[in-house]
Design a protein around this ligand. Structure first.
Ligand code: HEC
Ligand code: HEC
Length: 212
């Protein structure tokens, strides 16, 4: 197991301190920072991610998106499929957070982290072809990939290329976005199907990398 026992003991104290009323912003961030120690084991202290264990960068994602995804993992709407190895690693971490209060606090903290630089890891993508493929994506993610909260679409500006490819594949085969309770995933899934093969996915990802 990747998580050290003393860390879990320290976390238990923070987890138990959840109050009924929503804490003030500064308190919430402080609690979120303490809870983030667990997340840092995989996503790194700055939220830069760790491709070796398929943990994506999460710094640069807005709090509303982080919160929504952690709920999905906790509730088995994402990361519960037996073939979703990376999702299955994330899911128990969301369950450790247990309450909405804790999830809001840790999401607020992640949302406060400055974006990290991500090196390109994929080869063979053609950004020119990708630009054409990205045209329909602008409806939700925006022409600059900045995202749109009203449509639940996250920013793609700080997302790692390898992670985008893996998620497009998961949406397409139904490892993500296929759960009937996943209302926002349902918006994205048909879009992954417009990308006919892995080459098309690499092309669109190569273009998205130019939007940073
Ligand atoms: C044991 C390693 C591990 C730990 C600890 C961990 N995660 Fe993750 N997390 C992952 C992996 C692997 C994925 C990718 C899942 C996938 O491919 O769908 C992920 C995905 C995510 C995502 C989705 C990002 C996106 O762009 O959709 C969020 C948000 C996230 N984690 C937040 C957290 C938070 C907050 C914590 C702490 C409470 C945490 N994670 C702890 C491994 C971990
Ligand atoms: C109808 C709106 C819509 C369109 C059009 C759309 N998306 Fe999405 N996309 C979403 C939503 C909503 C999510 C978040 C799904 C969730 O909550 O799990 C998402 C998630 C993603 C993710 C995962 C991001 C992450 O951090 O895990 C990627 C990558 C992505 N979209 C790429 C694309 C590409 C490429 C296209 C065009 C081929 C596209 N999207 C078109 C709505 C859309």
């Amino acid at each position: 197991m990747l998580i050290r026992f003393p860390l879990l003991l320290a976390l238990a104290a923070v987890l138990a301190s959840a109050s009924w009323t929503r804490p003030a912003a500064a308190d919430e961030l402080e609690r979120g920072e303490a809870l983030y120690k667990l997340c840092a084991q995989c996503h790194g202290p700055q939220g830069a991610g760790n491709p070796a264990i398929a943990a994506p960068p999460i710094a640069g994602l807005p709090a509303w998106y982080v919160e929504a995804q952690v709920y999905k993992f906790r509730d088995g709407v994402r990361g519960a499929h037996p073939d979703d190895a990376a999702g299955l690693r994330m899911r128990p971490m969301a369950r450790i957070m247990r309450t909405d209060d804790n999830i809001q606090a840790v999401a607020a903290y992640v949302g406060s982290l400055p974006p990290t630089d991500q090196d390109a890891t994929l080869t063979g993508g053609d950004a020119t072809r990708g630009k054409t493929l990205y045209a329909p994506c602008t409806a939700c993610h925006g022409p600059a990939g900045a995202g749109n909260q009203t449509l639940f679409a996250p920013t793609l500006q700080h997302t790692a290329d390898w992670y985008m490819l893996s998620q497009l594949q998961k949406f397409k085969v139904g490892l993500r976005g296929a759960n009937p309770a996943d209302t926002s995933g349902k918006l994205m899934r048909p879009m992954s199907m417009t990308l006919v093969n892995e080459q098309a996915m690499k092309d669109v990802v190569a273009y998205i990398l130019t939007l940073k």
